[in-house]
Design a protein. Structure first.
Ligand SMILES: Nc1ncnc2c1ncn2[C@@H]1O[C@H](COP(=O)(O)OP(=O)(O)OP(=O)(O)O)[C@@H](O)[C@H]1O
Ligand SMILES: [Mg+2]
Length: 229
């Protein structure tokens, strides 16, 4: 089961937009994605509640809602054929918690916006992941998404320079677009909208798709070997 974790302790960087957008993209392509929401704000869960039943299905898990009625593992279960599992995490996540999330992830995506505060938070977050040893650069499972980018602005150039220095791949750049806001309100992702209206956005998501698929192919031979022995 391919597991994608979206994290950045900085609030409002685009975690839920990326997590829900990924779920919509995989569902549109015939996969059976599960969307796990660890954020007590429940943004992804609310998004899923708004989603029309006529759209490709996404299985939701409100992982933030602790209950004593069932065991934690029962609460976090996903259907056997769920693929991929997409994890949306809360802001202000403490180091030990985001290390927990990263442990079993096949792909870790960090959306970062072009602002001083976001660049600072992103550098701390990635620093913690690397220093803790939970992520190693050579594993190539960590990628950054530059989000809400307005091309040719000074802060955007600063962000790109910073990402370059980090030596962590920038998987894609998502432009600042009201389509994300409209889609979000309807429980939809970019892939549920009229393609003619979101052509530039779709091209940017395609880069994310390619990187994720290359990650999947990189781990699958290892998994089949483990299953056979
Ligand atoms: N590329 C984009 N273009 C325009 N608006 C965007 C884009 N990405 C995100 N947004 C908007 O920014 C706001 C914050 O995004 P989002 O909720 O995804 O961030 P978050 O990191 O999940 O926030 P939190 O830390 O509170 O969970 C939302 O209103 C969303 O619609
Ligand atoms: Mg969120």
């Amino acid at each position: 089961m391919f597991r994608i974790v979206v994290l950045n302790p900085k609030g409002g960087s685009g975690k839920s937009t990326v997590a829900t957008g990924l779920a919509a993209m995989y569902a549109a392509r015939g996969y059976h994605p599960a969307l796990m929401d660890f954020d007590p704000q429940g943004t992804s869960t609310r998004w899923l509640e708004k989603r029309s039943r006529n759209l490709p299905e996404i299985h939701g898990v409100a992982a933030y809602a602790r209950t004593i009625a069932v065991t934690r593992s029962f609460q976090l279960r996903v259907p056997q054929d769920a693929d991929p599992v997409i994890v949306d995490t809360p802001a202000a996540l403490q180091t030990q918690h985001f290390i927990e999330h990263v442990k079993d992830a096949d792909a870790v995506l960090v959306p970062v916006m072009p602002s001083d505060a976001d660049i600072h938070a992103c550098s701390r977050c990635i620093g913690h992941l690397l220093i803790s040893g939970k992520i190693k650069r050579r594993e190539n499972r960590l990628g950054v998404i530059a989000n809400r980018v307005k091309p040719n602005t000074i802060i955007c150039r600063t962000l790109m320079r910073f990402l370059d220095q980090l030596q962590i791949p920038v998987i894609t750049t998502l432009r600042d677009s009201q389509s994300y806001v409209h889609a979000g309100e309807l429980g939809q992702g970019i892939h549920d909208l009229n393609p003619a209206r979101v052509h530039p956005e779709l091209a940017q998501w395609e880069q994310l798709w390619s990187w994720l698929e290359s990650r999947r192919h990189a781990i699958e031979p290892a998994e089949s070997f483990a299953a056979a022995h």
